[in-house]
Design a protein around this ligand. Structure first.
Ligand code: FES
Length: 165
């Protein structure tokens, strides 16, 4: 399957064609394509005049980047200490059970990706789950079920936020 090039072309016009733009370009490509496809990394290297090996090294170094496609809904369960002691593990286990996937995996329909992350900096709200860019604190199994129900038919986490508030 050939990927559409329009989003990439648009991203490349936003930044000066030089090495210092690399991280910003990769962030935008990740957002637009939900991962960093190898074929696009080659084009990024050419456009920014950066060696291909360097682009791939950066793309594989940062945890925020992924060479594999992510789900439409990215669920990040905090596994920092505060969240752990307040039931973060139970939340992770429930997501795994309901989605039928393990940490780091994406459902076969491409809808959900489940990840464990280090402290996301909102320990007072523990246990915390981040769904796309939306933070959910004091997570419970009930809340988790509502998030999954709301995101099933929605492409964004906004609907889930409205439903769980
Ligand atoms: S430990 Fe989860 S937000 Fe800090």
């Amino acid at each position: 399957m050939t990927l559409p090039r329009a989003p990439l072309q648009q991203i490349l016009t936003k930044y000066p064609p030089k090495e210092s733009s690399l991280i910003m370009v990769l962030q935008d490509v990740q957002d637009a394509y939900r991962h960093l496809p190898l074929e696009l990394l080659v084009e990024v290297a050419k456009a920014l005049e950066v060696p291909k090996a360097k682009v791939i090294a950066v793309a594989t170094f940062y945890k925020a980047f992924s060479l594999e496609p992510k789900g439409e809904v990215e669920i990040r369960v905090c596994r920092g200490t505060a969240c752990h002691v307040r039931g973060g593990l139970l939340i992770m286990d429930e997501f795994k059970r309901l989605l039928g996937i393990e940490e780091g995996e994406t459902t076969s329909d491409g809808k959900y990706t489940l990840e464990a992350v280090n402290c996301v900096g909102t320990c007072a709200m523990a246990p915390v789950v981040v769904v796309n860019d939306t933070y959910y604190g004091s997570m419970t199994v009930n809340k988790l079920n509502r998030i999954l129900r709301a995101t099933k038919s929605s492409k964004t986490a906004d609907a889930a936020r409205e439903e769980t508030e």
